[in-house]
Design a protein around this ligand. Structure first.
Ligand code: BMA
Length: 330
């Protein structure tokens, strides 16, 4: 690691109980994996075929989250979960049943790739929601028991809806990735805003594909982290190899008040599927981050990502080191 040349301020709460493991001796990786990955096995609950691409947040001194569980019928469902330490998780064996007083969208077809974001006074959940094709579903909860479903944010087809953790310019703000009804072979990240979480507009292009590891499509990952250098965005990028898609993740910095402006973007990936639990599974070669816990005073990050569309994994990093990496590898 190069010598410290600047000091980054991270906006957010202290999370002294963040799940954490030091960088392995001898490693110079900016992001390093948890030595006991996967943190959640595919068969944690009786109905699950696979548990991956899931979102966790601090909750009441411990942790809670919304988990993608594909069941043994291979239906894509969302389950609620709790953990005292962020490593050992208990998942509700039954899928979330969303309360929805909008009859037209109340029928839950399928849901996957959730994100969870605390804004003002509650947790908002966004996910890829089946409504005549994939689009962005939304709900809120106070307790991870009762979930209140809102309008879909966008028309089909869209995926990877990721909220910002505060209003920007007085509006709710979300990143998303317009797509198609299949295994989309394209995709850029866009920014949209809303006064009321029902009506979304002022759509802006944020970023498209650029480097080889992300040359097919990109999509936002965890909730962006606010820092003195801009919003730290972790995002997945996809390469089309002769063996199919390869999902890695990388990082960019977005302007704080106009987040559709990319301030810096790293050319290399931060983590690509190289471990057995990322390379072997229902979909080989996938590392897909959907959440990052952050301890603001130290900048410690615990990144939760799906491995091979099968298991949930954990990796660690320091915000300041990722930002230095972005700036030093443009
Ligand atoms: C995307 C989504 C993700 C999945 C990825 C790799 O289109 O379906 O849930 O992890 O493909 O299969």
């Amino acid at each position: 690691m190069a010598k410290r040349t600047f000091s980054v301020k991270v906006r957010g709460e202290a999370l002294p109980n963040i799940p954490w493991e030091s960088r392995p001796r001898g490693s110079s990786d900016v992001v390093w994996r948890y030595s006991c990955n996967p943190v959640i096995p595919r068969d944690l609950i009786p109905c699950s075929n696979s548990i991956f691409n899931s979102a966790v947040v601090p909750y009441n001194g411990a942790f809670a989250g919304v988990f993608r569980c594909d069941d043994k019928r291979r239906h894509m469902q969302l389950h609620s979960g709790r953990s005292k330490d962020g490593f050992r998780w208990n998942l509700d064996p039954d899928p979330i049943e969303f309360n929805c007083d909008i009859p037209d969208i109340a029928a839950f077809d399928y849901g996957y790739d959730p994100r969870v974001c605390w804004i003002d006074d509650r947790y908002y959940v966004t996910w890829c929601n089946g409504y005549h094709g994939p689009t962005i579903g939304m709900a809120w909860t106070h307790d991870f028991k009762t979930f209140h479903q809102l309008e879909n944010a966008f028309l089909p087809f869209n995926r990877n809806g990721v909220m910002f953790p505060r209003k920007i310019g007085g509006k709710f703000a979300m990143l998303s990735r317009p797509s198609d009804n299949g295994h989309t072979p394209f995709g850029d990240i866009f920014y949209s805003e809303s006064p009321d979480l029902a009506h979304w507009g002022c759509h802006r292009h944020v970023m498209g594909t650029r480097h080889s590891w992300e040359s097919t499509k990109v999509g936002a990952g965890p909730i962006p982290i606010e820092t003195s250098e801009g919003w730290l965005l972790l995002y997945h990028g996809v390469l089309t190899s002769c063996n199919g898609f390869v999902y890695s993740f990388g990082a960019a910095l977005l302007d704080l008040e106009q987040p559709w402006k990319v301030v810096h973007r790293a050319a290399p990936y931060l983590l690509s599927p190289q471990c057995p639990y990322e390379c072997v599974g229902d979909t080989p070669n996938v590392a897909f981050p959907c959440a990052a816990l952050c301890d603001a005073p130290t900048g410690r990050l615990a990144i939760y990502y799906g491995g091979a569309d099968t298991v949930t994994c954990l990796a660690f990093a320091y915000v300041e080191e990722i930002i230095r990496f972005i700036k030093e590898n443009p």
